[in-house]
Design a protein around this ligand. Structure first.
Ligand SMILES: [Zn+2]
Length: 409
């Protein structure tokens, strides 16, 4: 006698795109059962065992995917930089904008001036747009405070937002985003300050889930990142890295040596870097928005990443300068058109592999028994439509931890 399935809710009438191990793996006419916020059964409806369900939802076709995961954002910041966007299009150079106090330092000033509550509210409005497109997990980085108090303020604001919205919010400490103006020419001293003061506080107060840095000529060297990673590792904090965006410094290989969750951007990644990432299981997070807006021409080496089996995630990199992106689905399209990913790879990049980039592949990112019941119903015929339609908003029903998410946040 087969055991009777007992669940809180049952979802029928749609195809399941499971994304197990990052593959489409479509189950036609599927059934999904949820108990206590987790997936209790997933498979063809024809094989569904006898069951008790408190509620049953019948969809009229369509597909169900795992909830989308945006694994790299800078969604929290003061002000915006639309004025600089306009100035550049009117012929003002980056150098002149920077000389007039523009660029990242203008965001740092606005973020320092904002209260914790103001940061929560402005980030909430931007987050609402991401969530409307089926995002159930989002990572948000600090990195616009660039002094101890302002970085702590940002991280507390991210934690506060996390407690208020129907989505999982993961916090990352990116205090090594840029050299603070007060430390101009003394990047080593800022790294020492972070290692001695900020990171111990972050670990003690559990303000962040990981530590990130920007490894580039205009930010921090591999040696400085190494110092930061040593401290993070000693404190038990996982690491990740903005690497190889504008030049090849070997940051990705360094990150791989520290078993980083991910290395992100990667336009100038070398084959040696790819091999190191493959060996350590480090996810390659590709950010097509930050390639598109500044009209970059060097593409990340997708062929090499495929060849060595490095998992590829896609994220919005939502930030006020290089990628003011508020649509993860648009990033899926850009990953296909600009970076030549297949629709299957792109979809895996915002589900299974994005979960891995956050160290959560055991609990999130695919429709499998035992995983958190975060999923989305889309009234479309084929998963490739998620990467195909350009702009607009596809209607969808988002289920977060087993319950339908209604309204805005
Ligand atoms: Zn970034």
């Amino acid at each position: 006698m087969t055991q009777r399935l007992s669940c809180d809710s049952l979802w029928l009438g749609a195809d399941l795109v499971t994304l197990r191990d990052g593959r489409y793996q479509i189950i036609h006419d599927g059934a999904l059962a949820v108990a206590e916020g987790k997936i209790a059964w997933a498979g063809p409806q024809a094989q569904l065992p006898a069951y008790n369900a408190d509620t049953t939802t019948h969809f009229d076709g369509g597909i169900i995917t795992p909830g989308f995961i945006d694994c790299h954002t800078h969604l929290m910041f003061g002000g915006d930089r639309s004025d600089e966007f306009e100035q550049r299009l009117n012929g003002v150079s980056y150098a002149d904008i920077a000389a007039n106090g523009g660029g990242i330092l203008s965001t740092v000033r606005a973020t320092r001036a904002a209260t914790e509550q103001q940061l929560v509210e402005s980030a909430r409005q931007r987050l609402a747009l991401l969530l409307a497109e089926g995002v159930t997990t989002v990572e948000i980085k600090s990195g616009y405070g660039l002094d101890i108090d302002s970085e702590v303020k940002m991280l507390r604001a991210i934690r506060q937002l996390a407690a208020q919205v129907p989505a999982q919010v993961v916090a990352t400490c990116l205090a090594a985003h840029a050299v603070p103006p007060e430390y101009a020419g003394r990047a080593d001293a800022w790294i020492t300050t972070l290692s001695d003061q900020l990171l111990p506080q972050v670990a003690r107060e559990q303000l962040a889930d990981a530590v990130d840095a920007f490894c580039e000529h205009l930010a921090f060297s591999p040696a400085q990142v190494k110092t930061l990673f040593n401290t993070a590792t000693q404190l038990g904090l996982p690491v990740k890295l903005h690497a190889e965006q504008l030049s090849a410094l070997g940051g990705s290989a360094l990150a791989a040596r520290y078993h980083a969750l991910s290395a992100d951007h990667l336009e100038y990644l070398t084959e040696e870097d790819v091999q190191a990432m493959a060996a350590s299981g480090t996810v390659a997070v590709l950010l097509p928005g930050a390639f598109y807006l500044p009209r970059e021409t060097q593409r990340p080496p997708v062929e090499l990443l495929r060849q060595y089996g490095v998992p590829m995630a896609i994220a919005s990199d939502a930030n006020p300068g290089t990628s003011p992106a508020l649509s993860l689905r648009l990033m899926l399209n850009m990953a296909c058109t600009l970076f030549r990913l297949t629709p299957e790879e792109a979809l895996a990049g915002v589900t299974y592999h994005a979960a891995k980039a956050l160290g959560q592949q055991a609990s999130h990112g695919s429709l499998e028994v035992g995983k958190v019941a975060d999923f989305v119903h889309w009234p479309i015929a084929r998963p490739a439509e998620l990467t195909y339609w350009l702009g607009g908003q596809l209607p969808c029903t988002t289920v977060y931890r087993g319950s339908v998410r209604h309204g805005t946040v």
